[in-house]
Design a protein around this ligand. Structure first.
Ligand code: C5P
Length: 306
């Protein structure tokens, strides 16, 4: 619990984690699975506006567009959606929601508020039916299998080596997302579906490390952080729910399954604790919204002058 209090204040350190999580972190550090070698400097920016500008300047949403090998050779330039992800809504959405699947969203009664946003980002096919009161109202979005994912844009990613060798990545992804991606594109050519470029993923990692005094886990940022950045690029204002935990904080990993592990909220593989500290610094919402709703409010990149 005290880690959460420190997160609300924006002052966290790995030393505040349980011995078990600290050990897991150390193991990931020494494994260094993606062969990360950070060559940058550290300039820990405390000011939210500065963090915002650094993110805006040094990271750009990028997806596989099929123009680079091996994907060009495989005809991916015709497989990927014609419309770039960055121009999803023509211009941009007004307000957007990012909803983590954290257990703390249960009993939040945030469903209506979340549903009032123009666009909502969710993770890993989290179910909505039965949880309408806490996460969203479904009536508008009743899918059957044929219209499954109608009006939904899918975004996937997978960790590549830090040096971003697309050939190596294609040969041995963490999770084989390439085959299902191709199949889905061929079956549902009208549904926008993108794979994030690993360069973009590691750009985000570099910025998190640059802004953290401690050595962060040498693994990609979590989907939560990647998703928040994506929405900041697409929306004028982004409301993030239960990423930084509210008073409802629980070890329940996801609202939709009975699995308890503090690592889901505080991180083991992902540098989650440090990502959250960075997001906390950029929060323009109130402390009350943070504690009661688990809500962080962030300006979209198009609205900030850097
Ligand atoms: O676990 P899953 O990948 O579905 O969650 C999506 C994102 O939500 C995570 O990458 C993480 O950033 C965030 N999350 C969290 N606390 C949890 C569960 C998820 O911060 N308990």
């Amino acid at each position: 619990k005290s880690v959460i209090h420190n997160l609300w204040r924006g002052e966290v350190s790995a030393t505040m984690l349980s011995p078990r999580l600290q050990k897991a972190m150390k193991d990931y550090m020494s494994a260094n699975k993606h062969r990360v070698a950070y060559g940058g400097r550290r300039r820990v920016r405390q000011n939210g506006q500065e963090v915002l500008c650094e993110l805006k300047r040094h990271a750009r949403v990028r997806v596989l567009d099929g123009t680079e090998p091996p994907f060009s050779r495989l005809g991916w330039n015709k497989l990927v959606p014609a419309q770039p992800l960055e121009q999803l809504n023509g211009a941009s959405f007004r307000t957007c929601a990012v909803v983590t699947s954290a257990g703390a969203i249960l009993n939040s009664s945030l469903g209506k508020e979340i549903d009032s946003h123009e666009a909502v980002l969710r993770f890993n096919a989290a179910p909505t039916g039965g949880y309408e009161n806490d996460i969203l109202a479904t009536p508008k979005h009743h899918f059957n299998t044929s219209s499954l994912y109608k009006d939904i844009t899918l975004v996937a990613w997978d960790p590549a080596p830090y040096t971003v060798n697309l050939h190596k990545w294609y040969k041995s992804p963490d999770y084989n997302l390439f085959t299902p991606y191709v199949e889905h594109r061929l079956h549902y050519p009208k549904q926008p579906f993108y794979i994030l470029h690993p360069k973009f993923i590691w750009q985000l990692w570099d910025i998190i490390q640059a802004n953290t005094q401690e050595n962060i886990q040498p693994n990609p940022p979590s989907s939560g952080f990647i998703g928040i950045f994506l929405m900041m690029a697409l929306c004028e204002e982004v409301h993030v729910y239960e990423y930084i935990p509210s008073l409802r904080q629980t070890d329940l990993c996801h609202y939709h399954e009975q699995y308890y592990d503090a690592a889901c909220t505080l991180g083991a593989y992902h540098p989650l604790l440090y990502e959250k500290m960075l997001i906390q610094r950029m929060n323009i919402g109130s402390q009350q919204d943070l504690k009661r709703k688990g809500k962080v409010t962030l300006p979209g990149f198009s609205t900030v002058n850097c």
